[in-house]
Design a binder for this molecule. Structure first.
Ligand SMILES: [Zn+2]
Ligand SMILES: [Zn+2]
Length: 68
């Protein structure tokens, strides 16, 4: 994986802003923007995971609320 250029939550360039709160939020909810190209992601939320899909870069899946 390449380093993220954009914040997955606010969509701003990672280098341009402080994303401490964003990073914290991203532990709890799916990203909204593709970190590589800043496109809006199509996010599908399921009871135990989410899928965030970028038209260019494909889907990212993560289990979020899986508990322990
Ligand atoms: Zn951010
Ligand atoms: Zn992308």
């Amino acid at each position: 994986m390449t380093a993220a250029a954009y914040c997955g939550r606010c969509g701003l360039a990672v280098a341009d802003a402080v994303h401490e709160t964003c990073l914290r939020q991203l532990e709890l909810e799916p990203p909204r923007y593709c970190p590589a190209c800043r496109r809006r992601l199509v996010v599908q939320v399921m009871p135990d995971r989410w899928i965030a899909r970028c038209a260019e870069h494909g889907a990212t899946t993560a289990s979020t609320w899986a508990g322990s």
